[in-house]
Design a protein around this ligand. Structure first.
Ligand SMILES: [Fe+2]
Length: 371
C-alpha cells in the first residue's frame, strides 16, 4: 500500500485545510502518525476520508496520541452544570467518556445511547437578532466562533479536536449572512463546520497590533459558559453584545481557588512552524491584562478591542467551510484555529457526529516576551 498522502484543499491557502489519504486511523503506524501530526500543524485542519469504521475507542486513542499526558475530556465535568450553554449540545458515549455525540434529530440507538434526540445549535437561541422563520432554511449564520476549551480551573485548552461524521444529511447549500453591517455573505454546504486560521488573523494585524497581542493576556470569566448563559451574541457569532445581561459573578457557582480563573496569552505559538496565532475565545473573554500590569476591565471596551482584532480574520475569503461526507474524520489544531457550527436543519434531518478532545497536559505556548 502506498504511504500517507497530504494534499492542501486550497493550494493558494495551504495553511488552512488538507485532505489526507491512504491511512487507516484505527491502525496507525508511528511513521504515519508523525506524518499526520506534521500535516496537522502545517495545515491546521486535516480531513481523513473513509474512516466510518473508526471506533469510539480508536478515536479517543488517536486524539490522545497528539498529547499522551492529556487528562480527561476537554470540558471535564463542567458541562454537567445545568446552566452551562454547552449542556444541551453534547451526549457522552457511555463506554468512552472522552467521546461526545453531537448532531440533529432522533436516533433510536447509537453506541449504547438509546432514544436520543440531538439538536443542532441554532442561532435563534444565542444571537441578539435572528433570521426570520420563513428564510431560515435558505439563510444561516456562524453560530459561535470559538476554541474548544473549558477556560476554567485546571483544564487547559485541548491541543487537538477530532470530529467523525457518522451520518450527514446532504443536498442543500445555504447563504451565510454576517448581518454586521458589512453585507458580507458566504455560500456554504448545509451543516458545514467553518474554520479560520489564527495565524492569518495574527499575520494580517498592523505592527502595533502585533506588539499589543504578543505582550497582552486575556482573562476569562469564572464559570465562563454559565456566565454568558443569559447574554446574547453578535450576529457574526464573534463575541457577545454588551447589555449587562451576564449572570452576575456573585450568582455563579463559587470560585474555589483564585487560580481557577484562567489568564491566557493572546498569541499561541505553533509547536512545529513557530508561527503565532491570535487565539482568543471571544464569547467568554472578560478582561485584558497589559504588559505594564494595567487591567482593562470595562467589558464593553474589552469586547470591542477583541472584535477589532479578530473580525478581519473571518472575512469570507479566509473561511474554510468543510463539506462533510460520511466517514470524514476531521482533526484540527485547536491552538491555531477558531471554528464555528453553521446551519439550520429541519427537525427530521438526522445528523450524527462524534467529537473528542482532551484537556491538554500543558498550557498554550506563550510568546517569549511573556516568559
Ligand atoms: Fe467546537
Amino acid at each position: 500500500m502506498p504511504g500517507i498522502t497530504v494534499s492542501p484543499i486550497t493550494p493558494s491557502r495551504p495553511g488552512l485545510g488538507a485532505l489526507i489519504d491512504n491511512v487507516d486511523l484505527e491502525n496507525l503506524s508511528d511513521a504515519d502518525f508523525e506524518a499526520l501530526r506534521h500535516a496537522l500543524y502545517t495545515h491546521n485542519v486535516v480531513c481523513v476520508k473513509s474512516q466510518a469504521h473508526l471506533t469510539p475507542k480508536g478515536q479517543a486513542e488517536l486524539t490522545r496520541r497528539f498529547d499522551p499526558e492529556a487528562m480527561s475530556y476537554g470540558h471535564g465535568k463542567t458541562i454537567d452544570a445545568k446552566r452551562s450553554i454547552l449542556h444541551p449540545d453534547l451526549k457522552t458515549v457511555p463506554h468512552q467518556p472522552e467521546v461526545q455525540v453531537i448532531g440533529n434529530g432522533f436516533v433510536p440507538e447509537y453506541e449504547g445511547l438509546e432514544n436520543i434526540t440531538l439538536k443542532h445549535p441554532h442561532h435563534r437561541t444565542f444571537h441578539t437578532t435572528v433570521i426570520p422563520e420563513d428564510k431560515d432554511l435558505d439563510f444561516t449564520r456562524f453560530y459561535r466562533w470559538h476554541i474548544d476549551a473549558a477556560l476554567y480551573g485546571g483544564l487547559q485548552p485541548p491541543l487537538v479536536t477530532s470530529l467523525l461524521a457518522v451520518k450527514v444529511p446532504k443536498g442543500r447549500t445555504q447563504t451565510l449572512l454576517y448581518d454586521d453591517g458589512s453585507n458580507d455573505t458566504l455560500q456554504v454546504p448545509l451543516g458545514t463546520t467553518a474554520f479560520v486560521s489564527g495565524y492569518t488573523m495574527f499575520d494580517n494585524l498592523s505592527a502595533e497590533q502585533k506588539e499589543f497581542v504578543l505582550t497582552s493576556k486575556v482573562e476569562y470569566a469564572p464559570h465562563p459558559y454559565v456566565w454568558i448563559s443569559t447574554a446574547k451574541s453578535r450576529p457574526d457569532g464573534l463575541g457577545m453584545v454588551s447589555e449587562g445581561k451576564e449572570v452576575p459573578v456573585d450568582e455563579l457557582p463559587p470560585v474555589e481557588k483564585a487560580t481557577d480563573v484562567q489568564i491566557q496569552p493572546m498569541a499561541w505559538q505553533n509547536p512545529v512552524t513557530g508561527r503565532f496565532a491570535l487565539q482568543i475565545h471571544p464569547s467568554v473573554v472578560r478582561k485584558i491584562h497589559l504588559r505594564d500590569g494595567t487591567v482593562i476591565d470595562d467589558l464593553a471596551k474589552v469586547r470591542e478591542m477583541v472584535h477589532d482584532l479578530q473580525r478581519p480574520g473571518i472575512a469570507p475569503p479566509l473561511v474554510y467551510a468543510h463539506d462533510w461526507e460520511e466517514g470524514d474524520c476531521v482533526l484540527f489544531n485547536n491552538h491555531g484555529v477558531l471554528h464555528s457550527v453553521v446551519g439550520a436543519f429541519d427537525k427530521d434531518e438526522v445528523r450524527l457526529f462524534r467529537q473528542c478532545n482532551l484537556a491538554a497536559s500543558r498550557p498554550p505556548l506563550a510568546p517569549e516576551v511573556q516568559a
